[in-house]
Ligand binder design. Structure first.
Ligand code: SAH
Ligand code: SF4
Ligand code: F3S
Length: 462
């Protein structure tokens, strides 16, 4: 276990590099500023907050105006081709800034940059990028910046994250959170599941769990600091393996004194256990009534080809248990349509699954081949038009289901965490529009007077 942790001396050394970077940049620039752009999932958003924390320790202040920046960090995603295209064009946008302000340091990191061929592509086609680093190098940002600033040469910190390589866990790195009432807490990194379509195991390395004491300390300090909505993050939180398992960890995180909600994502259906459901049931106030349970497909042959390791029947029995334990729970899912070889009839099984479960919301994705994955090498890729047809059908059917689901909230009084601007979120994670502007980060009771497929409307009750 211990060897996956970055040694405390390495982290301490980063503090030294941060001081040197600060000396350099405060001499060179009047008010050093960093601009950060994030693509992809919550894991990346959490990583960006760490990068912002390190940049701040180096003397930069965060700006949301890219033209003002002396350092630009682009944290990329590789989950689908579209995500990579966006990250690449996002990087391309900074060419102009580099031309006008040549001293601006441009860094590209994250899941796309972790892939060797993408690293080479950025290196060759984006000559104004000064620094490229992989997902397991984030904690070295101060050192990497020091190298860029003192060498005047481009720097590359991308090492292979091969199947047998774990990747690292870096504790005690600075963090600068975007919100003062919502927080991400990574509990584990990487993934071992190798779903046949998915790039994550290749760009995030093997599954590794943080020590539970560190996690609980972080959660406690967030609650003490007034955070109200805390999400425990991992690609597959149910396979958390610290000195306790995930249900135990969740139980402990939800047992602190205070007015807050714990969320978690993502749960792999194969590992969603009875004990997890029991723990959720035990904490109706401090664990949000929301379960994101990605099904991906409703047909057993396709699930097998996806290497998901559960059947439709098993999935449905888990959903049944969740609903029996917590009738007010919202269940959401991810669906991939047009996986290689998926026939029109097999797709019908996915359609019938979403009807049978009656999700509150689904995230539908058109299958996108990812180089290096098993599915990308399969025969029988589905034409794009047909993928789009399936995507539209799913979305249309779900819109109706979601509208029906929302109606159940009509007339009820629910607890909402305000996001400001007359909006907030319910425990079920539904967007609630309110008749009053309540300060962000405050809980209020709202009586629901109107419902839409993906939102509720109501009046604040004093
Ligand atoms: N670890 C999470 C998923 C992370 S990726 C889990 O297992 O649930 C988020 C979603 O992106 C996945 O659930 C899947 O629906 C989708 N996805 C992943 N790879 C994809 C691909 N190659 N093409 C289309 N969608 C994909
Ligand atoms: Fe990808 Fe599957 Fe791991 Fe999720 S569980 S990150 S879909 S390989
Ligand atoms: Fe994208 Fe990496 Fe997350 S590929 S979805 S940013 S883990």
């Amino acid at each position: 276990m211990t060897d996956i942790y970055v040694a405390p001396e390495v982290i301490a050394l980063q503090g030294e590099y941060a001081k040197r970077v600060k000396e350099i940049i405060t001499q060179r620039y009047a008010q050093p500023k960093v601009f950060l752009r994030t693509f992809g999932c919550q894991q990346n958003e959490a990583d960006t907050e760490r990068l912002a924390g390190i940049a701040t320790s180096c003397g930069y202040t965060v700006t949301d105006t890219e033209e003002d920046a002396d350092l630009i960090i682009v944290n990329t995603c590789a989950i689908r081709e579209h995500a990579e295209k966006r990250a690449l064009s996002g990087t391309g946008q900074f060419k102009k800034i580099k031309k006008e302000k040549p001293h601006t340091v441009i860094a590209v990191c994250g899941c796309m940059a972790q892939q060797e061929y993408r690293k080479d592509q950025i290196k060759n086609s984006y000559p104004y990028v000064d620094l490229i680093f992989g997902t397991d190098k984030n904690h070295l940002l101060a050192e990497m910046l020091y190298k860029v600033l003192t060498s005047g040469k481009r720097q590359y910190y991308v090492s292979g994250l091969h199947h047998d390589e774990l990747g690292v866990i870096a504790e005690n790195t600075p963090v600068l959170r975007v919100s003062n009432y919502k927080a991400w807490v990574s509990i584990m990194y990487g993934c071992n599941n190798f779903c046949s379509y998915c790039v994550v195991p290749y760009v995030r390395g093997r599954e590794r769990s943080r020590n539970s004491a560190e996690i609980l300390k972080e959660v406690k300090s967030l609650i003490d600091a007034g955070y109200k909505d805390i999400t425990l993050l991992g690609q597959n939180v149910n396979s958390y393996k610290g000195d306790m398992d995930f249900p135990e960890l969740l139980d402990a995180a939800a047992s602190f004194e205070g007015d807050y909600r714990i969320r978690f994502m993502t749960s792999h259906p194969k590992d969603a256990s009875d004990r997890l459901i029991e723990v959720m049931k035990k904490h109706p106030e401090t664990i949000a009534r929301h379960f994101h349970l990605p099904a991906q497909a409703g047909n057993d042959r396709i699930l097998k080809a996806m290497n998901r390791k559960y059947t439709r029947e098993k999935y449905l029995s888990t959903v049944k248990k969740i609903r029996e334990a917590m009738p007010d729970i919202a269940i959401t899912t991810d669906i991939i349509c047009g996986f290689p070889t998926e026939t029109a009839e097999e797709f019908e099984d996915t359609l019938s699954l979403i009807k049978e479960v009656g999700y509150d919301m689904i995230y539908t994705f058109i299958y996108s081949p990812r180089p290096g994955t098993v599915a990308a090498k399969m025969e029988g890729h589905i034409p794009h038009d047909e993928q789009v047809r399936r995507f539209r059908l799913l979305s249309a059917v779900q819109d109706e289901i979601s509208a029906e689901k929302s109606k159940k909230a009509l007339g009820k009084t629910i607890k909402v965490l305000s996001d400001g601007n007359c909006e907030g979120r319910s425990s079920q994670n539904k967007i609630v529009t309110m008749d009053k502007d309540i300060p962000a980060g405050q809980f209020v009771n709202v009586e629901i007077t109107e419902t839409k497929a993906y939102g509720l409307k109501g009046k604040v009750i004093n």
